[in-house]
Design a protein around this ligand. Structure first.
Ligand code: PEP
Ligand code: MG
Length: 754
């Protein structure tokens, strides 16, 4: 039968699931020879069996706990409920994953109207004993009956000096409050106190479902999504709040805010009533041996757990007791620094370090600064040694290209040229050219645009010297390039009512523009002259863009740069579209390179977004040097969601309010959109085994999406510049996870070879 009560000395670290992390950690410390107050654990299994039946402990539960208490009586020579030498207990929750749950504790359990006097005599300090009783009543009222702390505080006020009369008054008032609001008097029977304490600190907890990659694989038992009661730790109270050479404190094995090496924390000696910033220094000066022991404990625990530790300790007459240990909560800065240092000290591996970085931490690290800290830089270098995916960036403007390079992007995976052409300085020329009646006029507009586009590309090639620069030809619905007809109609009305001479000319031009817009008008514009089909209506635009790319490339080559243009044809739906566009690219490239007498290697790729393109990827692959999967349009067209309307999460879970997935535009919908993508990739590679392929939508930096891309064998992921560091880490995490999964699978294999 699974154990329901375990003495601390019987526990092991492997029993974390049963004993909770606090209990298992203390058991390990005890066995390693550290001073830990004697105690026992009511296991998760015990709490489930004892505490969930009508809210009462069962008879066998009471019996097992009583024998564990008797064991503590033997060890301490004190007796639970005894009027002369009362044994007092601390009852704390011991969750299996301390970082998710709030801890609860009831201290001084075992005090009542009689035993409090025993404690007063024992300690020769009645105010102290009364104050312990007051604290027990307050915590009991709050935890057992849900009475707000504020009501107790109202009675107690701001009293700092322990005065017997005031304490007696507060104790009486607290008892009334408990009876009034809890409908039961505070139990004088210490056994009942203990039972209620155990039940109240072990709330039923739902173990979170795994979300991050680490949780998914490394800690599957801790993130099961099941409902479970927390284990409960019952320990002998250490008398640390009074007497000479006594006190309590909390230390961290490294600084929890900065991550700096060396023990940090605070200590309040019983002589000082308030916490002092230099309390720990005082302890070092006054009790050097004890301070050294604490340092040793920090080192021991950190080496054993491979994590920064938080230790709550008590000092009773110069004796050190480790009361509670847990994984320290750190700022992202501290988490990063300590992780890197732990690798340096040989306490964890580089892989461990990489697996530790959670997406939110990475985001915080990036928000804090636009440059990478030395620690993050190092971690990213380790990630690069491991990862297999190439991380590119979606970059339009040259300045962003510089940022992306600084963050470690290995090229540009998508430059949306429409973002360049729609800028305030260029858009008027674009519109003029579109609305022009004659070819001459249109050419004039394009001649103005060409040097501007060329300058953009020159800067991109320079920033990405040696790396691929994927430039997508204009990908816009036609209607976004023409002025709003309603605005023009209003203006026409105004001009018609005007009597001014010059208005007549203006009106004539306006009529022409409106007529041109009507000619270009289309129903369902997003499904008509968008993407490469725009090249059918206005081939001159693509001519100009391709010319600008190759003129910029030649200029870069002349300057000694290694230029790698990759021209991406937007939203290809059929292989024939790619054939036509490829001819155009080759034709213009031949012209420019011939004229300039230069050679430049380039690639022409297809953007696979429409489901039809995915289904015919094998045909498209024949004419493509690479495939770029645009997951935004792909998601819209596959799932029927608009990226502009999907403000709210579409999929979420109520498991402890943890969001599993927000929108499919933030995290790839692996089951649907992902499947189509994988199918297209397989088809494309069947045709061309070494076909380069990657994704470039907005949802690419999500770690689960990156793990998927790694699993199916994509070559690259292209994301926003500020997401590049996180993507590098996620790509390395994907490799580590895949390796571990492989190892696990092999462990489970049955060999048929003798
Ligand atoms: C996409 O559709 O995924 C994509 C990258 O293109 P855009 O967002 O420009 O439509
Ligand atoms: Mg798109």
């Amino acid at each position: 039968m699974t154990k329901r009560v375990i003495l601390l000395e019987e526990g092991t670290t492997e029993m974390k699931g049963l004993m909770g992390s606090k209990g298992a950690g203390l058991a390990a410390l005890l066995q390693a020879g550290w001073s830990v107050p004697a105690g026992f654990i009511v296991t998760t299994e015990g709490c489930r069996a004892f505490c969930t039946r009508l809210g009462h402990l069962s008879t066998e539960g009471v019996h097992e706990i009583s024998s564990a208490v008797q064991d503590l009586e033997k060890k301490t020579g004190k007796f639970f409920g005894d009027s002369l030498v009362p044994l007092l207990l601390a009852v704390r929750s011991s969750e299996t994953h301390s970082h998710h749950a709030e801890s609860h504790a009831l201290l001084h359990v075992g005090l009542n109207d009689v035993t409090v006097e025993g404690l007063a005599r024992q300690t020769n300090d009645r105010p102290y004993a009364l104050n312990c009783y007051r604290i027990l009543l307050q915590d009991y009222g709050h935890l057992v009956h849900n009475i707000p702390y504020a009501l107790f505080e109202e009675i107690w006020g701001n009293i700092s000096i322990l005065d017997e009369a005031k304490l007696e008054f507060a104790i009486a008032a607290y008892k009334h409050l408990i009876e009034d609001m809890g409908h039961h008097p505070f139990p004088q029977d210490v056994q009942i106190q203990l039972e209620e304490a155990i039940r109240s600190v072990s709330p039923i907890q739902r173990i979170p479902r795994p979300i991050t990659q680490q949780e998914l694989f490394l800690k599957t038992t801790e993130f099961s999504g099941e409902v479970q009661a927390a284990a409960v730790l019952v320990q002998v109270m250490v008398n640390s709040e009074r007497g000479d050479r006594s006190g309590i404190g909390t230390v961290y094995s490294r600084h929890p805010v900065t991550g700096e090496r060396g023990m940090a924390g605070e200590y309040i000696s019983s002589a000082a009533s308030q916490s002092r910033e230099d309390g720990l220094n005082q302890l070092r000066d006054e009790e050097p041996e004890l301070y050294g022991l604490l340092q040793d404990a920090c080192c021991y625990l950190e080496s054993r757990m491979g994590e920064v530790q938080e230790i709550h300790f008590a000092v009773d007459s110069g004796e050190l007791y480790l009361v509670e240990i847990r994984q320290a909560k750190l700022t992202s800065k501290a988490a990063l620094r300590s992780t890197v240092d732990l690798v340096d000290e040989g306490k964890i591996t580089k892989e461990d370090a990489i697996m530790r970085i959670q997406p939110w931490q990475g985001k915080e690290m990036m928000q804090a600064s636009s440059t990478l800290s030395p620690e993050l830089q190092l971690l990213l270098e380790w990630a690069d040694e491991i990862k297999e995916l190439t991380i590119l960036s979606n970059v339009d403007h040259p300045q962003d290209a510089i940022t992306a390079r600084a963050f470690g992007a290995e090229g540009i995976g998508l430059c949306r040229t429409e973002h360049l052409l729609m800028s305030a300085s260029r858009f008027p020329f674009v519109q003029k050219m579109i609305l022009a009646d004659s070819e001459v006029e249109r050419k004039r507009g394009l001649e103005r645009l060409l040097p501007m586009q060329q300058a953009d590309f020159e800067q991109l090639f320079e920033a990405m010297d040696g790396y691929p620069v994927t430039i997508r030809l204009l990908d816009l619905p036609l209607h976004e390039l023409v002025p709003d007809i309603e605005v023009l109609n209003d203006k026409r009305e105004q001009l018609r009512n005007s009597t001014l001479e010059e208005s007549i000319n203006e009106l004539q031009e306006l009529d022409r523009v409106i007529q041109r817009i009507q000619e270009l008008h289309e129903h369902l514009p997003t499904l008509r002259h968008q993407d490469c089909r725009l090249g059918d209506v206005f081939p001159e635009i693509y001519d100009m863009q391709i010319e600008a790319i190759f003129r910029a490339a030649v200029k870069g080559i002349r300057q000694g740069l290694l230029v790698r243009p990759e021209i991406l044809i937007p939203l290809v739906s059929h292989a024939d579209e790619l054939v036509a566009m490829r001819e155009l690219v080759d034709h213009v490239a031949d012209q420019v390179l011939g004229e300039e007498k230069r050679h430049c290697l380039y690639r022409v790729g297809a953007m696979i977004e429409a489901p039809g393109a995915a289904l015919t990827a094998a045909h498209i692959a024949r004419y493509a040097d690479f495939l770029s999967f645009g997951t935004d349009d792909r998601t819209e067209m596959t799932s029927g969601y608009s990226r502009y309307n999907t403000k709210k999460p579409l999929i979420h879970t109520d498991v402890e309010q943890r969001l599993v997935s927000s929108t499919p535009f933030q995290a790839l919908d692996i089951d649907g959109v992902g499947q189509l993508l994988e199918m297209a990739l397989v088809q494309g590679r069947n045709r061309k085994p070494h076909l380069k392929a990657g994704i470039c939508g907005e949802n690419t930096a999500d770690p689960a999406s990156i793990a998927f891309c790694h699993r199916i064998g994509l070559d690259y992921v292209s994301c926003l510049p500020e997401q590049v560091p996180l993507a590098r880490i996620a790509a390395a995490q994907a490799v580590i996870l895949a390796r571990k999964q492989n190892e696990n699978n092999q462990d489970g294999d049955i060999s048929t070879i003798a």
